[in-house]
Structure formats: structure tokens, C-alpha cells
Design a protein around this ligand. Structure first.
Ligand code: SAM
Length: 252
């Protein structure tokens, strides 16, 4: 149940400093001028993993996207706590083992070039079907992952699926033009449902196969998610679809 969940009334009310303490801004680095009671961060969250489960994707993305703040959102309390504890432990371990300044130099996007500090990943307990735009400003995200979402097989349960006309409009609102939404599932019916609903949405176009196969995120999604590993062990199929957020048409 999610009745005990709280949500920020707007993205500016969200205190990201607790999630990304290495990115707390000094007063002259502050990204906004609005007065809030909490410390500000030098960066915004740009990658979101919806229903992150035990966080396999987050841990794999951390070294590959050191310039991004990456957030997993998960509804189950114990699972969220597990991911938070694991991040804290990995940060501590990284601090102990880092002997030099390991600020990564980026070559190609997705190339890991330095040992990860895990300062750029975090996990938040939330029901992502509610109030997503309260967490993220408009056009702030560049990637959204929907990895192995619960299939909700029965027709009367389809409204609980995390891809729907309404939710797609929320994803379109928080994604910037050119940003991508990544989907993967082992349930063919759910794959078809997600493709159908995203393709029908005016803000999205499907990304072609060549680009999909060349995208490091797709490889990570297939290999590093807990569900991806489980499906691999069981010899199941994995269906992938990627959609690009289009520019909004000019205002009439
Ligand atoms: N993405 C992970 C992976 O690929 O290994 C976990 C997949 S698991 C099948 C689906 C996850 O989504 C579960 O951990 C579940 O608790 C979470 N979830 C389901 N509905 C959710 C919601 N409305 N908001 C946030 N998380 C949700």
C-alpha cells in the first residue's frame, strides 16, 4: 500500500541534497534563485529507472554515466531500503579505495573511464503512477527506463500497467526532446501493449533497430537488471523497444 507516501508539492520542494550529498551546491553555484529551506544541488536528476527493484540497472549505469544524476523509483519499502543501503556501502567502499582524484574524463557516452564513486545514483520510495511531475521539472530527464514492469495480465488489471495514454503524457512532460524511454519485458503481450501505446502518443517516435542495438543502455538493460538475468537463466525471450521524445509542435 502507498497511503503513507509523501510527495513534494513541486520539483523545487524536493530535497535532492540528501540523495546526492557530493553534489551540494555552494551558494554561488546554486541552479535556481527560488528560496527553499533545503540545500540545492549542482545538477538535476537526468536519468530515472521506474520500478527499479533491487537496483541492478542503477549500479551498472553509475560508472557509465558519471555526469548524470540517476534515480531509481521503487514502491516496496524493503526493496527501496535494500538499494539505499547498498548504495551507502558502495560509496563508503569507493571512498576507502580511492587514492587519487578520480573525476572521470568522458570519451564516448556510456564508456566507463574511472572507478565509480556511486555518488551519482540514488533510490526513492514512490508510486510512480502518481505525481511523477512533482519530482521532476518539465524536460529535465534525458532517459527513462521501464525494465520488466509488472505485466498485470488480466484485462481488468491493465489500468495498473505503467504504460498508458495518461502516464505516457507524464513521461513526455518530464523527458526533454531527444530524450529516450527504454522498455524491456519478457511478456510479449505487454511488449505489444507498450509499443502500441507509445507509438500512438504524439510526443514519441520509435527508435530504429540499428540505433537500438548500438545503444549501450539496451545492453545494460538486457544484462544487468535482476529480471534480465533471471530471464537469461530460464532461457526466455526479451523484448526491447525504445522511443524518442519528439519536439513539441509550434504553438498555433
Ligand atoms: N526493474 C527491475 C528489473 O528489471 O529487475 C525490477 C522489475 S520487477 C518485475 C517490477 C518492480 O516494479 C518491482 O520491484 C515493483 O515493486 C515495482 N513497482 C511496481 N509498481 C510500481 C509503482 N507504481 N511505482 C514504483 N514501483 C513499482
Amino acid at each position: 500500500s502507498d497511503h503513507d507516501l509523501t510527495y513534494p508539492s513541486s520539483p523545487s520542494e524536493m530535497d535532492w541534497s540528501k540523495h546526492y550529498p557530493s553534489f551540494i551546491a555552494t551558494s554561488d553555484e546554486s541552479t535556481t534563485t527560488t528560496e527553499t529551506s533545503h540545500p540545492k544541488t549542482t545538477k538535476q536528476v537526468t536519468i530515472a529507472d521506474i520500478g527499479c527493484g533491487f537496483g541492478g540497472l542503477l549500479f551498472a549505469l553509475a560508472p557509465r554515466f558519471p555526469q548524470d544524476l540517476i534515480l531509481g523509483l521503487e514502491i516496496r519499502t524493503s526493496v527501496t531500503e535494500f538499494v539505499q543501503d547498498k548504495i551507502a556501502a558502495l560509496r563508503k567502499q569507493a571512498q576507502l579505495t580511492s587514492t587519487t582524484d578520480s573525476t572521470p574524463t568522458l570519451t564516448n557516452e556510456g564508456d566507463a573511464t574511472a572507478p565509480p564513486s556511486y555518488q551519482n545514483i540514488s533510490c526513492l520510495r514512490a508510486n510512480t503512477m502518481k505525481f511523477l511531475p512533482n519530482f521532476f521539472p518539465r524536460s529535465s530527464l534525458r532517459k527513462i527506463f521501464l525494465c520488466f514492469p509488472d505485466p498485470h495480465f488480466k484485462a481488468r488489471k491493465h489500468k495498473a500497467r505503467i504504460v498508458s495514454t495518461t502516464l505516457n503524457s507524464e513521461y513526455a512532460y518530464v523527458l526533454r526532446p531527444g530524450g529516450k524511454i527504454y522498455t524491456i519485458t519478457d511478456v510479449e503481450d505487454l511488449h505489444n501493449w507498450m509499443v502500441e501505446h507509445l507509438a500512438a502518443h504524439e510526443s514519441f517516435e520509435r527508435v530504429g533497430e540499428e540505433e537500438v542495438e548500438g545503444d549501450v543502455c539496451v545492453e545494460v538493460m538486457r544484462k544487468e537488471t535482476e529480471e534480465g538475468k533471471k530471464v537469461e537463466r530460464n532461457g526466455g525471450r526479451k523484448f526491447v523497444a525504445v522511443f524518442r521524445r519528439l519536439e513539441d509542435p509550434p504553438w498555433p
